[in-house]
Design a binder for this molecule. Structure first.
Ligand code: GTP
Ligand code: MG
Length: 371
């Protein structure tokens, strides 16, 4: 059975760490035993082809060549040691970007084992455990579907990583909707447990395309779909249509729950009609599949307000939206360490999915359709 190996480029200045990572990916101890000369080396097993690269500061030409030959590696991993400086790592990524022409988001920083992920990094990063589970999933997918156009997850291209052996009917699609800056991408990253979507402070919109990333949450196949501010008044109607089309395509198959993302600091004019706009784009019953995800929960705490205080201060328009969404909401603080917020979200999502499936069954069996 032929299948395309997963190609991984390992970068960084810490030779021992790079070799240790390769050893875990490939198995055996060839990578630790091999030469101490700083040069490009290739290691392979049935599933992976891993390229060891020299230190950027010592042999940048070697790295340039690696990317010239392997134009689209599945993963470009930058290994860093405990106590790394965010600024220095960012500089390294910037240099790699300049050297190879690859975008900065295409490099993933592998956090040292046991390193606490604060979620404050300006670059894409992942924890070891997530890295290996993603790799295993990719390998499984390629092995089971050798002829498919399987592709490593590349969220910036709107690609999505599929979970092998599971029917897409069992998938839950979580579509992040809302205004620019509300925290859609940051919430997507919180749900995924890693920095995948670009999320940053900006006076202009950051996310430009609808993109998806699949993950496994407690055995469920979950697809997180990040979107730009689709309903922004400044966006022309053909671009809006394209975004809606892409979003529909990405959420084809499975059950879809829309997460209307708002931050607790302000309810703005642009949000007043957002649910109506969503209904126009995705169907008049979309509110039945929507819950509100409030971000920046810590702002409430700082203002010494409880969730109840906040809800009792809803403007009449927000009250209407909230009621139409069945009074369903969850609270996220994306800048805090994991605290059960994703579990609470998934509990609510499960209830909604049960309802969606019950309604579908009813309509198939000739009963009244819910939506
Ligand atoms: N303190 C705090 N900041 C947050 C939270 N969620 C998002 N942010 C910040 O708000 C800013 C905007 O967040 P994004 O996730 O980029 O917002 P977005 O909705 O994806 O914006 P667009 O991509 O422009 O549509 C970033 O600087 C985030 O770090 C949160 O829960 N708490
Ligand atoms: Mg965004």
């Amino acid at each position: 059975m032929s299948h395309k190996k997963i190609s991984v480029v390992v970068l960084g200045s810490e030779a021992a760490l790079k070799r240790a990572l390769i050893t875990v990916i490939i198995g055996g101890d060839e990578a630790v035993k091999r030469s101490v000369r700083e040069e490009t080396e290739i290691y392979e097993n049935n599933n992976y082809m891993v390229i060891y690269t020299p230190d950027l500061n010592k042999l940048s030409e070697g790295i340039k060549n690696v990317f010239a030959i392997n134009k689209e590696p599945d993963m470009s991993l930058l290994v860093v040691k405990e106590g790394f400086s965010t600024e220095e790592v960012w500089q390294q990524i910037d240099e790699l970007h300049k050297l190879t022409g690859k975008r900065t988001e295409e490099f993933t920083v592998v956090l040292p084992l046991g390193h606490e992920h604060t979620g404050h990094y300006p670059f894409r990063c992942c924890e070891m455990s997530n890295l290996f589970s993603d790799m295993r999933r990719m390998a499984k997918e390629r092995y089971l579907k050798p002829t498919s156009t399987s592709h490593a997850a590349r969220p910036d291209e709107g690609m999505s990583m599929e979970v092998a052996g599971k029917s897409s009917d069992s998938r839950v699609n979580l579509v992040l909707m809302g205004m620019s800056g509300s925290g859609k991408s940051a919430s997507g990253n919180t749900i995924l447990g890693q920095r995948i979507f670009l999320s940053e402070p900006s006076s202009s919109p950051v996310t430009a395309e609808c993109v998806a990333m699949d993950t496994d949450i407690g055995g469920r196949w979950v697809r997180v779909i990040d979107t730009p501010d689709i309903f922004d008044d400044d966006t022309d109607s053909s671009t809006k249509k394209q975004h809606v089309k892409k979003c529909r395509e990405l959420s084809e198959g499975g059950s879809t729950v829309y997460l209307l993302v708002m931050h607790v600091s302000r309810f703005t004019d642009g949000e007043r009609n957002i649910l109506k706009k969503m209904e126009k784009a995705f169907g008049s019953k979309v509110h039945e599949q929507t819950l509100i995800l409030f971000t920046r929960e810590d702002d409430l705490k700082q203002g010494k307000k409880s969730q109840e205080d906040f809800m009792s201060s809803f403007t009449p328009d927000l009250k209407k939206i909230f009621a139409k969404c069945g009074n369903r909401c969850v609270w996220f603080e994306n800048n805090a360490p994991p605290s059960g917020q994703v579990e609470r979200l998934m509990k609510m999502v499960d209830q909604m999915v049960d309802q969606i499936l019950t309604c579908r069954t009813k309509s198939w069996s000739g009963g009244s359709s819910c939506w």
